[in-house]
Design a protein around this ligand. Structure first.
Ligand code: 13P
Length: 249
């Protein structure tokens, strides 16, 4: 059966010392979680945080990786470099990367492959913007994002992928999708996976919700049949809030 997961996405927050302090607080506080716990940090934190959390209940991931293997790509960080820090996960296709860095279907398809080739589990983000939700085309948008960047994978590769549904209008806005709205699209995503890879794969894939998830609404969201946890932004920056969400399981 699929795993329940609470993953933090620190985004561009915390310097090295602050990041190590937060990781260390989490190491102490997360002792017997009823779900897998992951923190995805800026590249500069990875090596220190992965070392600190070795053998603990908290896994580590990056927020992105390059689509290239190596070479003259100033400022980029490859999947193999990420893996060499001890990190095991990598967020790919976050809406902020799609929006501010123009990452499209094809680039994301390559990034997913690079992550997998280097032993990283992709946390692949999908989600519609406000206008698309208003037009009622959220399913179409999410279907294209998934088909175009993930459905080239072999079943073995796909089995390593975690999907995160993050409606862009709910990210950092305080607006949360209602549990019913989120469940509807999570069930739709699972049906797409079943159509491509079969029911068993669909049942085994973790699908996380992201967008203003906090301790006060996590329980209600996670109670839904197809919501297997959360990808948490703002509330992942404080150990008590993040633990409050973990404890919703
Ligand atoms: P917030 O939880 O701050 O809305 O961010 C969600 C997110 O983008 C996680 O990747």
């Amino acid at each position: 059966m699929r795993k329940n997961i609470v993953a933090g996405n620190w985004k561009m927050n915390k310097n090295l010392q602050e990041g190590v302090a937060l990781a260390s607080e989490l190491k102490d506080k997360v002792q017997n979680p009823n779900c897998d716990v992951i923190i995805c940090t800026p590249f500069i934190h990875l090596a220190s945080v992965a070392e600190l959390l070795k053998g603990s209940k908290v896994y580590v991931g990056a927020e992105d990786c390059s689509e290239h293997d190596s070479g003259a790509f100033t400022g980029e960080v490859s999947a193999s470099m990420v893996r060499s820090t001890g990190a095991e996960y990598c967020i790919i296709g976050h809406s902020e990367r799609r929006q501010y860095h123009k990452e499209g279907y094809e680039m994301l398809r390559t990034k997913v492959l690079k992550a997998l080739e280097n032993g990283l589990k992709p946390i692949f983000c999908v989600g519609e913007v406000k206008e698309e939700r208003e037009q009622g085309i959220q399913n179409k948008v999410v279907e294209a994002q998934i088909k175009e960047s993930l459905f080239n994978l072999t079943p073995e590769q796909f089995s390593q992928v975690v999907v995160a549904y993050e409606p862009v209008w709910a990210i950092g806005t305080g607006l949360t999708a209602t549990p019913d709205q989120a469940e509807e699209i999570h069930a739709f995503i699972r049906s797409l996976i079943a159509g491509k890879y079969g029911k068993e794969m669909a049942e085994n894939t973790s699908i996380l919700y992201g967008g203003s998830c906090k301790p006060s609404n996590a329980k209600e969201l996670f109670a839904k049949a197809d919501i297997d946890g959360g990808l948490i932004g703002g509330a992942a920056l404080k150990a008590d809030d993040f633990c409050g969400i973990i404890n919703a399981f």
